[in-house]
Design a binder for this molecule. Structure first.
Ligand code: ATP
Length: 218
């Protein structure tokens, strides 16, 4: 694990945040940007910082891009550069390419040219914030498939001291409580009689419509 190496291309806010998190966890991180100033700004959050244009195949070869376990294409605004970079990385034989998309169409193209995984940070964060606005108790929200998601919901005062049977969320809302986080303990197989305390975090899975009802009540 500690020997995994990552290359992050594009030091915008997203790329820099990915690089910083990996570097602070002790991984080998190379960052690349065509902008000299961006490289200077991020030299301290990487093992190597390289100023190069990632659409230049030769430049990618020179840094030995194939040797990185994962390459993240974090170029946003310049969609053409993001697509071209992904295509070249694929042709050079990079094992795992993660690319950031500005929108659905961009994402589809990234998959077509060889991205193994496409992330939509703005869309996903927007989704989370929206769910958090429905109820401040919703801490996180992750879409699993088109209509199904997992939500992390803090237990309200109304749930305090109640068991899962008493709350009866499955019958009332059609959602399932998969796990309960209580302080540092994490109960991943909650039983019907387990009681919930205010502030516990419920990890709930279900259809988006049902989760919405559950969130509104939380
Ligand atoms: P964020 O929202 O994360 O800040 P963004 O979508 O605004 O990102 P951009 O500013 O478009 O991101 O790009 C991120 C970085 O990618 C910039 O620092 C830019 O210099 C760099 N970049 C763009 N094209 C290339 C390229 N061909 N080669 C290397 N770096 C590039």
């Amino acid at each position: 694990m500690g020997s995994q190496s990552y290359a992050i291309i594009g030091m915008g806010r997203f790329g820099a945040s990915v690089a910083q998190a990996l570097y602070s966890m002790g991984y080998d991180v190379m960052v690349m940007d065509e902008n000299e100033e961006r490289i200077q700004d991020h030299i301290n959050i990487a093992t190597h910082a390289v100023q190069a244009d990632s659409t230049d195949e030769q430049a990618l070869r020179e840094v030995g891009i194939r040797n990185f376990d994962v390459v993240v294409v974090a170029i946003g605004a310049d969609i053409q550069a993001s697509i071209l970079t992904t295509l070249i990385l694929k042709e050079l034989g990079v094992k795992m390419i993660v690319a950031k998309a500005q929108n659905e169409r961009h994402g589809q193209v990234l998959y077509k040219v060889g991205a193994d995984r496409v992330v939509f940070p703005e869309r996903d964060m927007g989704l989370r914030v929206a769910h958090n606005l429905i109820s401040p108790n919703v801490l996180d929200f992750v879409e699993l498939a088109e209509e199904y998601s997992i939500a992390e919901v803090a237990a309200s005062e109304a749930m305090d001291g109640k068991s899962l049977t008493e709350l009866d969320v499955r019958a009332r809302f059609g959602v399932n409580v998969m796990a309960i986080k209580s302080g540092n303990s994490f109960n991943i197989a909650p039983s019907a009689t387990d009681t919930i305390q205010e502030g516990d975090i419920l990890v709930v899975i279900g259809h988006n419509d049902d989760l919405k009802k559950f969130e509104e009540e939380s």
